[in-house]
Design a protein around this ligand. Structure first.
Ligand SMILES: NC(=O)C1=CN([C@@H]2O[C@H](COP(=O)(O)OP(=O)(O)OC[C@H]3O[C@@H](n4cnc5c(N)ncnc54)[C@H](OP(=O)(O)O)[C@@H]3O)[C@@H](O)[C@H]2O)C=CC1
Ligand SMILES: O=C(O)CCC(=O)C(=O)O
Length: 476
């Protein structure tokens, strides 16, 4: 059984669970320990005890440790990518791509350790200097979702450690293997005991214990809106720092002047790759009336070419849905869409593979409207709807008419419309002639409205969450 990692030691859990391959439910990847509340408290206590020392640790030591972790992740990309795809179901090239991203994130934050800076300012009063510096927050609790089992933990763990915090990490119960493998690498990087701890387990047990404990100074969460709201309320109830990344209902506008090939590429990549299980996936394709018939025909043609199958089989384009619950949710929304009056123009049926897995043919719903449930609620699967628009202004209004604001895209050859869109799209990330999903690892990630709460993740902007600002006055 793969154990918990607490205070520099490997420990059995209170119980364990089997990690099942969604491409082949007969394949048990391994058994992973599940912590109870007491073991979570043990990890929090270890992190709290290590925090003062780690906060003052040498930045070269931190940089070397993070660089070593990044190098090993990159060197083992094939093996770790295979493991990731086996447990989550994205295709092997996508799994390897995610592992490379995780490695690069650690290397980026290794360098960030050496770029910590503050300000020294003159005071408005005589004979006084003012210094503004950033200090670690203390103990950071990380609660991660299942859809990016190594990249999301990495983009929370690496900045937390780089800026001098200790970590208690809770991966999603569905995908413990990638984070466990990452922990095994971290355990050999030379960090003092307690600086990094892994507690696998149920959200309602381990996650809740992190939320309840006053020694956890900050919570970084990614997942659903429903859980995100609970996390935010619990953290704020005891005045802990909180950063929440949640869902999206990301629009991709295709204007009549768009290059058709670019539009189809952006729509298919953004909506269906990684089985559509990305918070940045395009789920509303808002399409100019003139290009609409050509666009729908070309997207259907492209979808017909996609191989849906085992994530580890060469040539698979779309892997399985992550589990039975998510498959049921996807199929339910396809039914809802049809009942609401949309046309199922392609796919949407469960597929049998050579092995028992959660295979769903990518679904395209046309003639949708923006007030249908399929256009308002996050589905989180290979399902997209096409909504007709009369003009650029109409398309922009539809795109912004959502409770979410993560990623928003446009395909156009008009500089005027692209420029206007960048300014007026209500989203944290705006994409022009590129898919709504797929982002760089060194720049801020996050959204507006119900998509995100708190300061941005990733890049140097992560310092805002993982540090607190101190202003020091010194008489001279
Ligand atoms: N925006 C995004 O990136 C993601 C969005 N989603 C959306 O969420 C839906 C449901 O997915 P699901 O995995 O259940 O998402 P959740 O939001 O429930 O899970 C995200 C993380 O929160 C944990 N968690 C669950 N309940 C609590 C709690 N009470 N206190 C603290 N932590 C908790 C989970 O643990 P555990 O899983 O171990 O119980 C997991 O680690 C998806 O269908 C999709 O729509 C899902 C994943 C990512
Ligand atoms: O689009 C991406 O590359 C990132 C997506 C993501 O972070 C998510 O789905 O949680």
């Amino acid at each position: 059984m793969k154990q918990l990692y607490i205070n520099g030691a490997w420990l059995d859990g209170a119980s364990s669970s089997a990690n099942i391959n969604p491409s082949n439910t007969n394949d048990v990847i391994g058994h992973y320990a599940l912590a109870d509340a007491q073991q979570t408290e043990l990890a929090i206590a270890a992190a709290a005890a290590a925090a003062p020392g780690w906060a003052l640790s040498n930045i070269q030591l931190r940089a070397d440790a993070l660089d070593k972790i990044g190098n090993e992740i990159l060197a083992r990309r094939e093996e770790l990518g295979t493991l990731l795809s086996r447990e989550e179901g994205k295709t092997k090239p996508e799994g390897i791509g995610e592992v490379v991203r995780a490695g690069n994130i650690f290397k980026f934050y290794a360098a960030e350790c050496l770029r910590l800076r503050g300000d020294k300012l003159p005071s408005v009063r005589p004979n006084l200097d003012v210094e503004v510096t950033r200090e670690p927050v203390g103990v950071v609790g990380i609660i991660a979702p299942w859809n990016f089992p190594i990249a999301i933990p990495s983009w929370k763990i690496a900045p937390a450690l780089a800026y001098g915090n200790c970590v208690v990490m809770k991966p999603a119960e569905l995908v413990p293997a990638s984070t466990w493998a990452l922990t095994e690498i971290i355990s050999r990087a030379g960090l003092p005991p307690g600086v990094f701890n892994l507690v696998m387990g149920h959200g309602s047990v381990v996650g809740q214990a992190l939320l309840n404990d006053r020694r956890v100074n900050a919570i970084s969460f990614t997942g659903s809106v429903a859980t995100g709201k609970k996390v935010a309320i619990a953290a704020m109830g005891r005045l802990a720092k909180v950063q929440i990344e949640m869902g999206g209902k990301n629009p991709l506008i295709v204007l009549d002047d768009a290059d058709l090939a670019t539009a189809v590429y952006c729509a298919v990549q953004g909506s269906y790759f990684s089985t559509g299980q990305r918070c940045t996936a395009s789920s509303r394709l808002i399409v100019g009336k003139n290009i609409y018939p050509r666009f729908v025909a070309a997207v259907k043609e492209e979808l017909a070419k996609l191989n849906v199958g085992d994530a580890l089989t060469a040539g698979t384009d779309i892997g399985p849905v992550v589990d039975a619950n998510q498959l049921e949710q996807d199929m339910n929304y396809i039914r809802i869409g049809k009942d609401e009056g949309a046309t199922l123009a392609f796919g949407g049926e469960r597929l049998d593979g050579p092995t028992p897995g959660f295979y769903l043919r990518p679904a395209l719903l046309t003639d949708a409207s923006n007030d249908m449930r399929i256009s308002r609620e996050e589905i989180f699967g290979p399902v997209a709807s096409v909504i007709p628009a009369d003009s650029y202004e109409h398309a922009l209004a539809l795109a912004n008419d959502t409770e979410f604001g993560l990623s928003s895209g446009i395909v156009t050859t008009s500089l005027k419309h692209a420029t206007h869109f960048k300014r007026h799209a209500q989203a944290g990330m705006v994409m022009v002639n590129v898919p709504t999903a797929g982002v760089d690892y060194h720049v801020p990630f996050g959204g507006t409205k119900a998509s995100s709460y708190g300061s941005r993740e990733q890049g140097s902007y992560a310092a805002e969450f993982f540090t607190t600002v101190k202003t020091a006055y010194c008489g001279v």
